[in-house]
Design a protein around this ligand. Structure first.
Ligand SMILES: *Cc1c(COP(=O)(O)O)cnc(C)c1O
Length: 352
């Protein structure tokens, strides 16, 4: 059997051989004592790339987002986010469980919020309604198909929010994908946010880790929350060494991933029964609808798996594919072939 083509997520990327070597050779110390030189170097480098004062290495994106939410809010407040936001759907209700805040979800076309949509839900002092404590944006928007915010839109949201004394956090798990799609730097896309989380462990291919970027003051607060959550790591330099290469070399891969996603989307659009709008595929994530095949998404996903193609059904009718370093163009071609077969098999079954 051919090699597995794993399109479930860009989190499945394995560390590169150069990362393995850097990990083996990393100079380390105890990071809870701030004595791991490799972690310190990674943090300084990330801060520099984002043009900010400080950056904190965290074990996961979820911990980064939730530490940031905790820093910015008080119990009993609301956090405004788009309805498909990762912080709302995929972080174990930690905004409620840990920060004691209610997420106020807003649905927006392609997952892209505007100040106009947000401002209707911002609450100040009231005898009845909880006060808004934070706005959290997601760029790229994962569950809305890897869509990208224009920097003018996020700048405006940050400016208007700040006028009202509201902080804005960015779940930038894939902010480097957004930067690649727009041909801009991550600093240009994130300069006005009060805090930014981004993942080293997705398309950038590090085995573990995310970063929280912001002011020195934010860094010190977030560091304490990280410790509360059990995220104070010791000789974490073995991980940071891979993270350093992810930061330096990872972004170069992303335009290739984006081209592969567009290639997949265009080919999928040609398959009878598959619904997808290729013009919406601008980064490395694509969703397609299989309703018109007469098959449940779970069944299509299971049939693909028998051919060594892994892609998750995300609802009864929809499947997600994510491109990354460990799937090349030939892998994409195999995925298309397998999907044609999976859908065609059903059509044969109807005939006989
Ligand atoms: C992956 C992801 C995260 C963080 O996920 P972890 O698995 O906790 O690292 C956060 N936000 C978005 C949008 C993501 O896709």
């Amino acid at each position: 059997m051919n090699e597995i083509v794993d399109l479930r997520s860009d989190t499945v990327t394995k560390p590169t051989p150069a990362m393995r070597r850097a990990m083996a050779e990393a100079e380390v110390g105890d990071d809870v004592y701030r004595e791991d030189p490799t972690v310190n170097r990674l943090q300084d480098h990330a801060a520099e790339i984002f043009g900010r004062e400080a950056a904190l290495f965290v074990p996961s994106g979820t911990m980064g987002n939730q530490a940031a939410i905790k820093v910015h809010t008080r119990h009993g407040q609301e956090v405004i986010a788009e309805q498909r936001a990762h912080i709302y759907n995929y972080e174990m209700a930690m905004t409620a469980a840990f920060s004691g805040c209610l997420v106020r979800p807003i649905w927006a076309e392609d997952g892209i919020l505007s100040w106009d949509l947000i401002s209707r839900e911002v609450r100040g002092r009231s005898d009845h309604r909880a006060r808004t404590g934070l706005i959290s944006l997601e760029n790229t928007s994962n569950l809305a198909g890897g869509s990208v915010y224009e920097p003018e839109a996020t700048d405006e949201i940050c400016d208007r929010a700040h006028e009202r004394g509201l902080p804005v956090h960015l779940d930038g798990a894939r902010i480097f994908n957004a930067a690649a799609a727009l041909g801009k730097s991550v600093a240009e896309l994130t300069g006005k946010f009060d805090s930014v989380m981004f993942c080293l462990s997705k398309g950038l291919s590090a085995p573990v880790g995310s970063m929280l970027v912001g002011s020195k003051e934010f860094f010190e607060e977030a560091r304490l929350i990280r410790k509360m959550l059990g995220g104070g790591m010791r000789q974490a330099g073995v991980l940071a060494a891979a993270g350093m290469l992810a930061l330096e070399e990872g972004p170069r891969q992303l335009p290739i991933d984006h081209a592969n996603a567009r290639f997949l989307a265009q080919a999928l659009a040609e398959i009878p029964g598959i619904a997808i709008n290729p013009s919406k595929v601008v980064t490395n994530i694509l969703f397609f609808d299989v309703s018109a095949t007469g098959l449940a998404a779970g069944e299509v996903s299971a049939r693909l798996a028998t051919q060594g193609i892994l892609a998750n059904a995300v609802s009864g009718t929809s499947i997600r594919m994510v491109t990354h370093r460990d799937v090349n163009r030939a892998g994409c071609e195999r995925a298309i072939q397998a999907l044609r077969g999976a859908v065609g098999a059903r059509q044969k079954a109807i005939v006989t």
